[in-house]
Design a protein around this ligand. Structure first.
Ligand SMILES: [Zn+2]
Length: 423
């Protein structure tokens, strides 16, 4: 039956595009009299009606529009004024807003060529891969601009935050995005020659928690996670995450927990933007550091090694970080070959002591792992931007990240009620 379905769909779309064409052309081309303001403080004269092909989700329609020309502007900007293009949000593009929405949504979720194929299969729309890429980037860039405006409004108090939850979590992490050579030139990284092939994208998650399970472990509120992120410096990322926390109801009264691994930028931001919050270093990263110490000092998988790690895990759960630091330093003293590396690990625990009060955190029913943001790095960034063979420009990657944050924060619909594009 599939063949018949596709045939019927094709004819319905044909009818649809005719109806849409009639609807869009039922307004006398947006003619507004012989002269209209050009937008630059002059008058533009009506010249004639011009038709442009517009690709829509129902197929192609020929759009008839009144064309005006400003003689004064003509010197600087040869283009005329077409009120109807503005009204329909199709200035400088031959794709309708509805089609742009589909292109951006699919392009944000899968490689551009796969998106092109899905648009053909799912929506019977034929566009080329490059167009999907371009529209996805334009939409992503526009979303980012919208977010910037929203951040200003939030910080100045002109936007009302979502009702504050009992307990707000703010988690951050970084993940590498493979970039084209010109974006990584002169940067240090993990390549054999000391160079970099990736740029770090920073991702922030905000979520809420109201209950714990029977064992006292916290349960994240369903659908409460929102994301913000970009390839940018910590200085740029801080205000982005702070505004999102405010939007999600951060107040002086709310109980706030910041989660992250040991990366210094995370705790600098936490100290600056969320000084009153409880700061928690991911328990599993702390355990990894203990494993690293054991690996350097003991024979791998030996009983001695396992016993040492097990004892430290118990101390970690009990919040006895000072005892852990002493134990690591003692190991360092007896292992001259790896002394410096082991001492560095002791420093990690010294720096983060107050962020490792796991016994207290557990008693409060707090999350002690940054799993949500690590999973976020995979879903928001990894799945779309880190597939094999991909190489991004920072602008392109940031557009897709902005778009995906919007989608995965369940704020996609909001975009389309407010946005007007120039594509
Ligand atoms: Zn003018």
């Amino acid at each position: 039956m599939a063949a018949q379905e596709f045939v019927v769909r094709a004819s319905m779309l044909q009818v649809g595009s005719v109806l849409l064409g009639q609807l869009l052309n039922s307004d006398h081309g947006g003619h507004q009299g012989p002269r209209i303001p050009c937008g630059h403080h002059h008058q533009a004269d009506f010249v004639d009606y011009r038709t442009k092909p517009l690709q829509t989700i129902l197929g192609r329609v020929a759009l008839r529009r009144a064309y005006y020309h400003c003689a004064t502007c003509a010197d600087t900007d040869g283009r005329g004024v077409i009120p109807k293009d503005r009204e329909l949000d199709v200035v400088g593009t031959s794709f309708s807003p509805g089609l742009r929405r589909l292109m951006a949504r699919t392009g944000g979720q899968e490689p551009f060529d796969a998106a092109r194929r899905d648009l053909a299969e799912l929506a019977a729309v034929t566009v080329d891969t490059k167009a999907v890429e371009r529209i996805t980037e334009v939409v992503g860039t526009t979303i980012e601009a919208l977010n910037r405006t929203e951040r200003t409004a939030i910080v100045t108090g002109t936007v009302h935050p979502i009702a504050s939850a009992a307990r707000l979590y703010i988690a951050m992490d970084g993940t590498g995005v493979p970039c084209v050579p010109r974006e990584t030139q002169g940067r240090t990284g993990k390549q054999p020659d000391g160079g970099a092939k990736t740029r770090e994208a920073k991702l922030g998650c905000v979520f809420t928690q109201t209950t714990v399970d029977a064992q006292g472990y916290p349960i994240r509120d369903p659908h409460s996670t929102t994301y913000v992120g970009a390839i940018e410096t910590a200085e740029e990322f801080g205000p982005r995450l702070h505004a999102e926390a405010l939007r999600r109801g951060l107040t002086r009264q709310s109980e706030v927990v910041v989660l992250g691994d040991g990366a210094p930028w995370i705790w600098h931001l936490a100290q600056h933007y969320f000084p009153a919050a409880v700061h928690v270093v991911d328990l599993y990263h702390a355990r990894e550091h203990l494993g690293d110490v054991a690996k350097r000092v003991f024979t791998p998988h030996s009983k001695e090694s396992k016993d040492w790690v097990a004892a430290r895990h118990t101390e970690l759960d009990a919040g006895e970080v000072d005892t852990i630091i002493a134990a690591i330093k003692e190991l360092a003293a007896h292992a001259p070959r790896v002394r410096d590396e082991v001492r560095q690990q002791a420093e990690y625990f010294e720096t983060n002591t107050l962020r490792m009060c796991y016994k207290y955190f557990r008693a409060q029913g707090f999350f002690v792992g940054s799993g949500v943001v690590e999973a976020g790095c995979k879903t928001v960034i990894g799945h779309r931007l880190k597939q094999s063979g991909m190489r991004w420009t920072v602008a392109g990657a940031n557009a897709v990240i902005a778009l995906r944050c919007q989608l995965l924060s369940d704020r996609w619909e909001e975009v389309w009620s407010t946005l007007r594009f120039a594509a």
